[in-house]
Structure formats: C-alpha cells, structure tokens
Design a binder for this molecule. Structure first.
Ligand SMILES: Cc1cc2nc3c(=O)[nH]c(=O)nc-3n(C[C@H](O)[C@H](O)[C@H](O)COP(=O)(O)O)c2cc1C
Length: 163
C-alpha cells in the first residue's frame, strides 16, 4: 500500500477505486427544455421515507435547474450508454440529447430511453458539502428495466461480466 498526501488528485484517485454505476440526472430548465449531467455520486439514503441523495459540484448548471424545477430524475445508464455518459459530462451538454431518446417522467424530468432504472424525485432538502452540494430527493416514482449497467472504475468505463 502506498500512502499519499491528501491532495484533490490523490482523493479522486483513491475514490476512483470504488467502482460505481453511472447515472444522468435530468431536469427541465425555465423554458421546459431538458437538461442533465452525468453523476456517480448518487446514494440511497432512506427507505421510509424514500430518500436518495446526489452530490453536485456547486458550479453545475444542472444543479441550478434542479432547484428551479424542484425535481429531478436519476437515470441509471446501461452498458451501451458510454457515449451518452461522456456527452452528458460536458458542461451545458445540449449535444447529448441527440444521443438518447427520452420522454417526460412523473415530475416532468426527462427519462432516458433504455436506462436500466429511473428514480423520479422531488427536491426534499439541500446541504452544503465543501465544494459540492448534497441534494436529497424524495422518490415519487420508480421504473426498472434491468439489463447490463454501465460501470465507472478508476476513470474508465466498464461493464459487468455475468457468468
Ligand atoms: C463518470 C462521471 C461521473 C460524474 N459524477 C459527477 C457527480 O456525481 N457530481 C457532479 O457534480 N459531477 C459529476 N461529473 C462531472 C459532470 O458530469 C460535469 O462536470 C458536467 O460538465 C457538469 O455539467 P453541468 O454544469 O451542465 O451540470 C461526473 C462525470 C463523469 C464522467
């Protein structure tokens, strides 16, 4: 094991060993156009009441739209969504919507076609978290399709190999 000073790079690298799924968090802007961003800092929080949380960089454009809309959808991406994930990781990401089909969900937030699961949420609370903001969502509707999820590990995409 190598020990490092806790620089932002060392923290990002250490946390990169924690393999995650990949989501696109979607909402609507004030003109009701779809917006979204790639996020893997997504965690279940409570079953009763049904709560999840998403950590957004404070400067995220999507974060501002989530607060204005008062709701968001967590779209759990499928293994074939790599290009879409990369496109939604670009700030503003208008081009990304050309890569996925979508339809409005329960809260109006777009649901990505072929997502392995979608959780539709209303904004329940927001908490400061250093240079990020923790948004707690109350889950008002869920949809699951199953299939192979997209995985993110040490800065690269992967998919699950099932026996
Ligand atoms: C795999 C992956 C996971 C990411 N996870 C997060 C995250 O959890 N929270 C976040 O704020 N940004 C995350 N990002 C970065 C945002 O997608 C990126 O900063 C984006 O440009 C923000 O767009 P926006 O400003 O239009 O919201 C992630 C990027 C990738 C590729």
């Amino acid at each position: 094991m190598l020990s490092h000073a806790v620089t932002p790079g060392a923290l990002r690298d250490a946390m990169g060993h924690f393999a995650t799924g990949v989501t696109v968090i979607t909402a609507l802007d004030s003109s009701r156009r779809p917006v979204g961003t790639t996020a893997n800092a997504v965690t279940s929080l409570s079953l009763d009441p049904p709560l999840i949380l998403v950590c957004f960089a404070r400067e995220s454009l999507t974060l501002a739209h989530v607060h204005d809309h008062g709701a968001f959808a967590v779209n759990v991406l499928a293994a074939h969504h790599r290009d879409a994930s990369s496109a939604f990781a670009r700030r503003g990401n208008a081009d990304a919507w050309g890569l996925v089909d979508h339809r409005p969900g329960h809260t109006g937030s777009p649901r990505v076609h072929d997502a392995v699961a979608v959780l539709d949420c209303t904004v329940d609370d927001r908490l400061a978290g250093g240079d990020h903001e923790i948004v707690i969502g109350r889950v008002v509707d869920v949809e699951t399709a199953g299939g192979s999820p997209l995985i993110y590990h040490r800065g690269a995409y992967a998919s699950l190999e099932r026996a």
